[in-house]
Design a protein around this ligand. Sequence first.
Ligand SMILES: [Zn+2]
Length: 196
Amino acid sequence: MEVVKYPHPVLRMVCRPLRKVDAELKAMILEMFPLMYASKGVGLAANQVGLPYRFFIMNPTGDENRKDQEYVFINPEITLGAGKPEEDDEGCLSFPKIYAAVKRAPKVTITGFNLDGEPVKKVFKGFPARIVQHEFDHLNGISFVNRLSEQEADYVEDDVDRLVRNFRKEQETSESMTNEAIQKQIDELLASRAVV
Ligand SMILES: [Zn+2]
């Protein structure tokens, strides 16, 4: 398992709800935590590891010893809270070394299911609320660079172009990275567990 980088097509897709969480998927979800910590991340969406499903994980502390701060949200729905949007720098494991300011709602309510299939409802404010909005965006094919002001977009343009060039190069040298091969993998994953 690895974190896919922009502009991998799975990052632009609208992920599909899960109809079941089998043992194999559960193992993959648990594998995402060490991957996230190794990359110094605080959140990771399913499609960032090539899974076209609606779920994400997060730990706002980024500390692997804080298991009490680990969350898995399966088939999540969010409601943005009222209040003035807050602007702060964001990064993303699919956009290594790129940071830019994004406006987010100061508060969010999330509902969904945890890894044991139990319904969950949580309210987050500030930084954790920002993570929830960032990860939820991923599930709708939206990356943080799609939410930048014109000025911020200009600022990161060269770095984003570099990622695009790197990805195209990777596609030219690996048969498993062609758009057709990627689509085939996605279709297989959807057929096995997603709501049709
Ligand atoms: Zn991200």
